[in-house]
Structures are given as structure tokens and as C-alpha cells.
Design a protein around this ligand. Structure first.
Ligand SMILES: [Zn+2]
Length: 392
């Protein structure tokens, strides 16, 4: 589309202009504003870029703003020691998009944009409400998407009545809740890996620049899109269900970025979408009126016994179950972690549920506990001593 081209052109022009200014100032970062650039571009438009009159003036204008944001982010990042990349020049066909402000309307089964007119949408628009601030049109290879930024007033949520819950995110099972609920991830990438590899191979066999290569590439993009959609759908459902039914939600602050660097786990973790889940949970909790508590990521949630608080330092990543050396409780790794996350979030230290008789056994001989101690015994010495319990 012409608009995307104009937006890309304006962005690249603005970035080049900024780099040029930077050089002229002998390496000192001197900022120009998007508004200033817009005036300059407008004055050049008549003589140099008359074709720009054919598109809505919003598209290049918003592109200049984007460029400004990217440029400022880069310098702010440098100041604060964050690693934010320098804005890149945009290429045709890669993330083609543009944003329009002004008179954007929603029509029946379509959206009306300035200068472009009505475009049909696949999705129905009956349920639409809110004040439209802007419309972003973007292309994903073979499809165009239009997303609207909308201002909606949300009724202040009533506080969710429901038990507090701790969540442990894992690879095998996506999320284990301290109340025993499990969310199984569809693992779309893992399931479709074979197909994806086959299709990618087909692409590399086709001649570069050929029409067949383009066609094969389209198949890969479509598959990737379907993988992404399956993942997103699952994450939305899981996060909504958690946020809607629990008063307090406790979750671990996982350094996903650091974990992805672990090569063996990287793909599974990215496939699971933990970071996206956390992000969704944060805003949905505030929508539905529940509280999200994030636990320090260095807390040893998997290694601590949720019954007595003993820390098992020898626990390996592959151990799915383990027996506490101190109290003899058999733990499922994820269930135990979710209980610990809950108690850390509530600030109650070690979470102590009613011990389940089948889960308790002697740690020396493995003999299951036949006699449960009385409440009084329990209170006098909260720790099971194996001499007391073992009948052998
Ligand atoms: Zn224990």
C-alpha cells in the first residue's frame, strides 16, 4: 500500500536527518522534535516528494513520531546503562505498517479510514465500543491487519473474592497452581516443529528470488502465524481464568531473558510464553480486581520443603519428585514450588497444609507412616523425627 511506503520513507528520512544533525554537532546528541521535522519535510514535499500528497498526512507524521521515540529511547538507554538498539532503517516488505489518527470510524463489518475509505474486516464489529484514538494498519506477508487504539472507561472492579493462589511456571506442565489446578500448554512449536522444518527446507531448495521461493516462504509464515495464535489463545484463556477467580495471585519473578540463554531450554521456554503470560496476568489482575504479588526470583521455591521449610540443596532440574530429608514428605516438584510461592507471597513463611497420610513415610526405610501423631504431639515438636515414626 502507498501509505505504508510513505510512512517508511518518512521514517527513514527522519532517521537520516537525525544522524546528519548528530554528525554536524560533532557527536553531541542534539534533539530535534518530530514536529520540527514535519515542518521541514512539508517544505521539501512540494519540490521533492509531490507523490506524498496522495496519502493521508497522518501516515508520515506518525512515522516521524515513531522515529523520535526510537531515537530518544536509544539515548535514554545509554544514559541508564540499558542495552537499547539504535533505530534501524526500515526495509520494504519487513513490518510494513502505518498509523492514522483523526476521523477513524467503525462501520458494519469494516473500518473507515481517512483518505483510504472503508475497508472490510473479517471480524464482526457489532460489539465494538469506545473512543478511537488511532488506527494502525500492518501487513503480515499475505494479510493486512488493522488495530485500533481505543479509550474505554472500565468500571472500577470489585475485589475478586476467592482464595489466594501460588503459581509455579514449568516446562512440562505450563502452570501448576497451589490449589492443585494444572494448565497444560498446547506447546504449538514443539508439535509443529517437524512440519516447520520441512517447509523451511523447501524454501532453501528453491532458487533465490524466484516466484516459487516466495510461495514456499508464504507457507512458512502462515504456519508460524498459526503457531503464534494457538499459543496466544491458550495464554489468554489461562490468564483470564486465574485472574478472575483468585483474590491474590502470587507468581515468581522469572528472569526469562536469562533463562532463554540456557541453550537447552531456550526453545521450550519461548514456546511456553511465560513472559507473555506474566504480562497478561498483570493487566488482567488489575482489570478484574485481584492482586498480583511477584516473588523474588532468588527465593529457592523448588528446593524448599513446603511442610517444614528444610532446603534440599541437592535437588537437580531433572528431579520431578523428591523426599524431604527432614520431615519425610514426598513432594511433587511443581506442587511444592507453587505452595512455597503462595506462602512467600502471603508472607507466612513456610506454608503448612494438613499433612496427607499417604505422603508421609520414613526417610530411612521408606516405610509409609501408619500412625499419625496427635494434634498435641504435632504442636510440641513440629518436625517429624524418623525414630518416632518408623515401626521397623
Ligand atoms: Zn520437610
Amino acid at each position: 500500500m502507498q501509505h505504508a511506503g510513505a510512512a517508511r520513507f518518512a521514517y527513514n528520512w527522519a532517521l537520516a536527518d537525525r544522524i546528519e544533525r548528530f554528525k554536524r554537532n560533532e557527536g553531541k546528541a542534539k534533539f530535534t522534535s518530530a514536529i520540527e521535522q514535519h515542518k521541514l519535510l512539508n517544505s521539501l514535499k512540494v519540490a521533492q516528494f509531490p507523490w506524498m500528497y496522495e496519502v493521508s498526512k497522518c501516515a508520515p507524521q506518525e512515522a516521524l513520531r515513531d522515529c523520535e521515540r526510537a531515537y530518544r529511547n536509544f539515548w535514554r538507554g545509554r544514559k541508564q546503562g540499558q542495552d537499547i538498539g539504535f533505530p534501524k532503517f526500515k526495509k520494504k516488505g519487513q513490518h510494513d505498517s502505518f498509523r492514522l489518527t483523526g476521523s477513524v470510524h467503525v462501520a458494519e463489518h469494516g473500518v473507515v479510514l481517512p483518505r483510504i475509505g472503508r475497508i472490510r474486516t473479517k471480524e464482526g464489529t457489532e460489539k465494538f465500543r469506545g473512543r478511537i484514538l488511532s488506527a494502525t494498519v500492518s501487513r503480515e506477508t499475505d494479510r493486512w491487519f488493522c488495530s485500533l487504539t481505543v479509550e474505554v472507561e472500565r468500571a472500577k472492579p470489585l475485589t475478586v473474592v476467592g482464595e489466594a493462589v501460588g503459581i509455579d511456571l514449568g516446562i512440562k506442565i505450563f502452570a501448576v497452581l497451589s490449589n492443585g489446578e494444572h494448565f497444560e500448554s498446547p506447546k504449538p512449536l514443539k508439535r509443529k516443529m517437524k512440519k516447520l522444518k520441512r517447509l523451511s527446507r523447501q524454501v532453501s531448495r528453491k532458487k533465490k528470488g524466484s516466484r516459487n521461493r516466495k510461495k514456499a516462504n508464504l507457507c512458512v509464515t502462515r504456519l508460524n502465524r498459526s503457531i503464534r495464535n494457538i499459543r496466544k489463545d491458550f495464554l489468554h484463556k489461562a490468564s483470564t481464568s486465574v485472574a478472575k477467580s483468585h483474590g491474590i495471585v502470587c507468581i515468581e519473578d522469572l528472569a526469562v531473558k536469562n533463562m532463554v540463554q540456557n541453550h537447552h531450554l531456550a526453545q521450550s521456554i519461548s514456546d511456553a510464553g511465560w513472559a507473555e503470560f506474566r504480562r497478561m496476568l498483570a493487566y488482567k489482575c488489575s482489570w478484574y480486581g485481584s492482586e498480583l504479588r511477584v516473588i523474588d526470583r532468588f527465593a529457592p521455591s523448588s528446593k524448599t520443603c513446603s511442610v517444614c521449610g528444610e532446603v534440599n540443596h541437592s535437588l537437580a532440574l531433572a528431579d520431578r519428585t523428591w523426599v524431604c530429608e527432614n520431615c519425610g514428605t514426598l513432594h511433587d516438584r511443581d506442587d511444592n514450588a507453587s505452595l512455597n510461592i503462595l506462602s512467600l507471597g502471603l508472607g507466612t513463611g513456610s506454608h503448612r497444609p494438613e499433612p496427607h497420610p499417604t505422603k508421609i513415610g520414613c526417610n530411612a526405610c521408606g516405610d509409609p507412616l501408619t500412625k499419625r501423631r496427635s494434634k498435641k504431639q504435632e504442636a510440641s515438636s513440629p518436625v517429624f523425627l524418623h525414630e518416632v515414626v518408623c515401626n521397623e
